[in-house]
Design a protein around this ligand. Structure first.
Ligand SMILES: [Zn+2]
Length: 406
């Protein structure tokens, strides 16, 4: 039995202090804080200013292994995830050798099962020629979704075939799209609309990393027609913008203007944007300092503490934060209700409130962050995955992980 005493938990009414009891992988009791320190037979954690939220689920991660494990591998990435309060990650297929077939998925799954400290799922990349294979059971049972690149990015996976872009909606797994901007977004919406006339139930269409007001407006309009249309934003597109960030440039999509960021925040507040996806895309400092650096920022280690801080500053409700970082993705991948309620599976992160700063002691192998020096109001004390304490005060505890394919 693990008991977290007198911690703030997000309830409909806002943050409330509670004692949270976890046993057998689940929340057992959530009670008003009791007086006195002694609870027989239990491990008690009683932080000074503890904030407990459901652990985040990150639908957008580039682990890099196999192929580029000098900059990140499954162990370092999953440790960074746990330190950032993330309990499950979904890995993109644009590896050195793109994951487009069964063999690549099997290879990656084997590595991740051995090395990952968090639950994980995998995506397959759509190409001009593999859509029929993706529909087969041998692939379907290995994937959590299909990734489409409508614009150039790391890995050269641009899809040009109209047939592929239409047929991909004839399979049931979520279809995640790197649109490359408004033009690509309109193009995929065109195929989604076309597919609606042909197939009864459409899979979820998931628009990755919205970055401009224009894209948000398009998504908002299309959402009126498609309940199954979902959208993601990254912490860096919310918290950084072109004018205040120049170091380690090059991220795709590019950082927008302060006005873009404000619109994206508005989309988060109103629920037009469903998911926080970190788009954790580590590259070494050496690579980022080159003349034409590869695109991407690391972010999984810092996302949730920074967002906790920003949500507080913007006076956005804690329940919205939980939906944005965890609950929406749990629904997408059928992971069950993760809210802090009796009988629910207990995957959560306990933060300590205080004054902290991003920097140093990174778990990500690339050892830098675009948020270096940024103040944060929270620091991870412990991360619990399905009832097991897997991270506490800088120490990790490897447990059996779950391969997610829903
Ligand atoms: Zn990405």
């Amino acid at each position: 039995m693990l008991v977290m005493r007198n911690v703030h938990v997000p309830l409909q009414s806002g943050w409330e202090r509670r004692d949270v009891w976890i046993e057998g992988g689940r929340y057992r009791r959530i009670t008003p804080p009791e007086h006195g320190d002694f609870i027989s037979g239990a491990r008690v954690v009683a932080p000074k200013a503890g904030f407990l939220i459901p652990a985040a689920v990150d639908p957008h991660v580039h682990v890099r292994e196999p192929g580029y494990d000098y900059k990140e591998d499954w162990e370092s990435c999953s440790k960074a995830a746990l330190k950032g309060g993330v309990c499950a990650i979904f890995d993109m297929p644009n590896n050195k050798e793109p994951v487009t077939r069964e063999r690549g998925l099997l290879e990656k799954r084997a590595i991740a099962l051995k090395k990952s400290l968090v639950d994980f799922g995998l995506y397959v990349a759509l190409t001009d020629g593999n859509v029929d294979e993706i529909k087969e059971t041998k692939i379907q049972k290995l994937i959590s979704g299909v990734k489409i690149y409508m614009a150039e990015t790391t890995g050269g996976l641009l899809v040009r075939s109209d047939r592929a872009l239409l047929q991909v909606f004839g399979q049931p797994k979520p279809v995640l799209v790197h649109t490359g901007g408004a033009e690509g977004l309109c193009r995929i919406l065109h195929f989604y609309t076309k597919a609606k006339k042909r197939v009864g139930t459409l899979p979820v269409l998931y628009i990755c990393h919205l970055s401009t007001k224009e894209e948000l407006t398009l998504v908002e309009g299309a959402k009126r027609e498609f309940l199954s249309l979902k959208a993601e934003v990254t912490p860096h597109h919310l918290l950084l913008h072109r004018k205040n960030y120049e170091e380690y440039g090059s991220v795709l999509p590019n950082l927008g203007t302060p006005e873009d960021a404000e619109c994206l925040w508005d989309g988060v507040a109103r629920g037009t944007i469903d998911f926080m996806g970190t788009d954790h895309a580590p590259h070494t400092v050496y690579e980022k300092k080159k003349k034409s650096p590869p695109a991407g920022f690391p972010g999984i280690e810092t996302a949730v503490p920074l967002l906790m801080t920003a949500f507080g500053e913007r006076k956005l409700p804690a329940s919205r934060l939980v939906r944005f970082t965890s609950q929406a993705a749990r629904e997408l991948f059928h992971l069950g209700d993760g809210s802090i309620m009796p009988k629910n599976s207990a995957s959560c992160v306990l933060f300590e409130e205080g004054e902290w700063e991003v920097g140093g002691g990174y778990e990500t192998k690339c050892r830098w962050s675009p948020f270096e020096g940024v103040k944060t109001g929270y620091r991870t004390l412990l991360t619990v995955v399905r009832g097991n304490v897997v991270y506490r005060d800088g120490k990790f505890n490897k447990r059996r992980v779950r391969f997610i394919t829903a």
